[in-house]
Design a protein around this ligand. Structure first.
Ligand SMILES: NC(=O)c1ccc[n+]([C@@H]2O[C@H](COP(=O)([O-])OP(=O)(O)OC[C@H]3O[C@@H](n4cnc5c(N)ncnc54)[C@H](O)[C@@H]3O)[C@@H](O)[C@H]2O)c1
Length: 453
């Protein structure tokens, strides 16, 4: 617990009712937003023995869940079927289901504009609906990533909205609807650290909200790290992602310096990693992707700018990371003997278009700008990904192709962008003329036709 922990919560009738309902797992839980973060979270809560209603505005996703189909790699159809059999989970598009909820977990998307400004409209809409619908006493936990200052601001929506919530009117903050922020730390595909194995940072709008949120996660088998306020929890999350963003940019720069020096950045990183203290390895690559690393640091930059505080490193890191697709293109041109960078007449096969190995999520995937740069340089580009057959934003001139000996052999260069485990690397190695391996995925297969980034 940090030093400025809120004082021990004075019990109220509302918090006592919630505490009893959480202790017996009779509390009814609603998870709002059933995406990459919300669906696995809903499953963990339901598997802990709570009855969970998942609410999503996407009717297609809700219909898939009703059929027991999962659209998230980390949630299996078997898990959904088991939860349907026990009646512990069902999904709906009906926000009216919130009237039954004692605890609402908010996992709606947050993002940034093209100008790198926070976009919080889905969160504000969801909070407005919750305010109109939920019946106090209730615990509302915001798990979506937000710029520091947001939780306290949007919690006020719970005061100003709707008829269903008039119990809160005039009550002390948190007396009726208890608001906490417990930012998602999910790492899709991470088999070692799932939701249950990753401690949860929790801040409460009030001490009572913090206590209730901690009790809720404890009942789900999740360890919590209580912090002094919702702002500490918010800043912790955005700092974690910024730490990754900045360090990835540092190794991306290292990759460029090492190549200029004609040494292997990967060997340098391996050697540096033998230092038993004070070094944490990050890996270079074609850029950063996903809904968090390329997005959340700008929540920090935005709030810093508003407060007149510095955030120079975020801007510098962005310049380095967004240059990487061009760097990959420059390396491709050099490997193809095109010193002027003109790739006209070159056939390039890009392997992997999702942002992360073994995941089907294409959001902010660096494959999109890599393909764009290659095509802009004149190349003819084919792409292959064993997990997806389309990717939003991918250049229309890039065609998806199956991974066959003919397709590989027809390429002047193969560029590994996202090294899925299910890619047939033996086939690629035996038929490719040259492979630019942007993730050093083939490090263990010393082959003359492989060049790491
Ligand atoms: N994906 C990750 O790996 C990850 C990791 C850590 C944190 N997060 C954070 O979790 C939050 C959710 O991200 P995600 O990746 O799950 O997004 P997502 O786009 O995969 O899922 C969000 C879901 O919310 C639904 N939705 C949107 N508005 C809604 C509303 N008003 N009411 C009900 N449903 C609504 C969408 O239809 C969608 O199904 C974000 O703040 C993100 O930063 C995500």
């Amino acid at each position: 617990m940090t030093q400025a922990e809120p004082a021990v919560a004075p019990a109220s009738a509302g918090s006592e009712r919630l505490r009893t309902a959480l202790a017996s797992k009779q509390a009814r839980v609603a998870v709002v937003g059933l995406g990459f973060a919300g669906l696995p979270q809903a499953v963990v809560i339901a598997e802990a023995g709570f009855t969970v209603t998942g609410i999503d505005v996407d009717g297609e996703r809700v219909a898939q869940l009703a059929r027991g189909e999962s659209y998230i790699t980390d949630v299996t159809a078997d898990q959904l079927h088991a939860l349907r059999r026990t009646g512990h989970f069902h999904a709906t598009t009906e926000a009216a289901a919130l009237t039954e909820a004692d605890c609402v977990v908010v996992c709606v998307p947050t993002g940034i504009t093209a100008e790198r400004r926070p976009v919080l409209d889905a969160l504000e809409r969801a909070l407005g609906t919750i305010a109109d619908t939920v019946r106090p006493p209730a615990l509302v936990i915001i798990e979506s990533s937000v710029p520091p200052g947001t939780t306290r601001r949007v919690a006020r929506l719970l005061d100003s909205h709707g008829s269903g919530n008039d119990d809160r009117g005039g009550a002390a903050p948190g007396e009726r609807v208890f608001v906490a922020h417990a930012p998602e730390r999910i790492d899709p595909g991470n088999r070692q650290y799932g939701l249950r194995e990753t401690p949860r940072v929790v801040g409460g709008e009030t001490a009572a909200a913090l206590d209730l949120a901690r009790q809720f996660y404890a009942q789900c088998g999740v360890t919590t790290v209580p912090v002094a306020s919702v702002e500490v929890a918010e800043l912790t999350k955005v700092f974690e992602n910024t730490f990754r963003f900045v360090n990835i940019s540092l190794v991306n720069e290292l990759a460029q310096i090492a190549t200029a020096l004609n040494v292997s950045a990967w060997e340098v990183l391996e050697a540096a990693s033998t230092k038993p203290y004070g070094f944490m390895p990050h890996e270079p690559g074609p850029g950063v992707g996903g809904s968090c690393i390329p997005v959340i640091p700008f929540f920090l930059a935005d709030v810093a700018e508003r407060l007149g505080a510095p955030s120079h490193l975020i801007a510098a890191a962005e310049r380095v990371n967004t240059f990487m697709p061009q760097y990959v293109t420059d390396r491709a041109a050099a490997l193809l003997g095109r010193r002027d960078g003109d790739l006209a007449g070159c056939h390039i096969l890009v392997l992997g278009v999702t942002y992360k190995p073994d995941q089907s999520d294409c959001r902010h995937s660096p494959a999109v700008p890599v393909v764009e740069r290659l095509i802009a340089a004149g190349a003819t580009v084919r792409v292959h990904d064993p997990l997806v057959t389309e990717a939003a934003g991918l250049h229309p001139a890039a065609s998806f192709a199956p991974l066959t000996a003919e397709v590989v052999a027809a390429a002047d260069l193969v560029v590994v962008v996202t090294p899925h485990r299910s890619l047939d690397y033996e086939l690629v190695l035996s038929h490719a003329r040259c492979i630019l391996d942007t993730r050093n995925a083939l490090r263990d297969r010393a082959a003359p036709n492989v060049v790491p980034l």
